[in-house]
Design a protein around this ligand. Structure first.
Ligand SMILES: [Zn+2]
Length: 152
């Protein structure tokens, strides 16, 4: 894969403490492990990687990196513990690359600095993989900052 990174996005990466190589590595390992979401329409994917303390996501097309975002909150699992029947359509625009299942929009429990709260996640019901969209990651960043401030 030959993924371009625009100068503008590279600056955003630097501002957020990410290195280009780190992101390209993340994409490569997501490509080989299948730990990624694929758009149900189009050729965009979201790779997931990082560590226990920071989950990093890279949004990319086959030839260009589109966005990178992260959260420090740790996703524990589905809120309520298991996938229960619901009476609304929770199918997202994404599918799990590993099994092909459509990712569901479900609440997941997220924990940070001893506080656990439910928040909207993207869930593969088969693989038990959890993802967060870029919009939700922005909200999490604010929540993380508030918790960090309280602790300080
Ligand atoms: Zn899956």
């Amino acid at each position: 894969m030959d993924i371009k990174i625009t100068e503008e996005l590279d600056n955003t990466l630097k501002d957020n403490g990410f290195k280009q190589e780190e992101i390209l590595d993340l994409i490569e390992s997501a490509e080989s492990s299948g730990t990624k979401l694929k758009a149900r329409e189009g050729d965009i994917a979201i790779a997931k990687g990082g560590s226990d303390n920071l989950t990093v996501y890279a949004v990319y097309s086959p030839d260009e990196l589109l966005d990178v975002y992260a959260h420090k909150m740790n996703i524990l699992g589905l809120t309520g513990g298991e996938l229960s029947e619901i009476d609304y359509d929770d199918a997202s625009d994404w599918a799990c690359a590993k099994c092909g299942e459509i990712a569901l929009e479900r609440n997941v429990d997220m924990t940070y600095m001893g506080v656990t709260r439910p928040g909207p996640g993207l869930v593969c019901p088969k693989c038990d993989e959890f993802y967060v969209s870029d919009g939700v990651a922005k909200t999490l960043k604010t929540a993380e900052a508030i918790l960090e401030e309280k602790r300080a």
